[in-house]
Design a protein around this ligand. Structure first.
Ligand SMILES: [Zn+2]
Length: 64
């Protein structure tokens, strides 16, 4: 449905815990999200294709 957020599970690149992200499926985006477990900044790249999200994550200071 238009405007609905996608819930995607990712693995934190610092602590390796699984956390859930809410992704806006209307456009591809790169942003920083603090890990819910260890609070360190995760760089998130969400590539949106046909309403589905392909998620890449890395440590913020490493970049893509
Ligand atoms: Zn973490």
């Amino acid at each position: 449905m238009f405007g609905e957020l996608l819930e995607e599970s990712i693995t934190c690149p610092y602590c390796w815990e699984t956390i859930d992200l809410l992704i806006d499926p209307s456009e591809s985006q790169t942003y920083t999200e603090d890990c819910h477990v260890c609070c360190r900044p995760i760089l998130v790249n969400a590539f949106i294709s046909n309403g589905k999200a392909i998620i890449q994550v890395t440590q913020e200071d490493l970049g893509f």
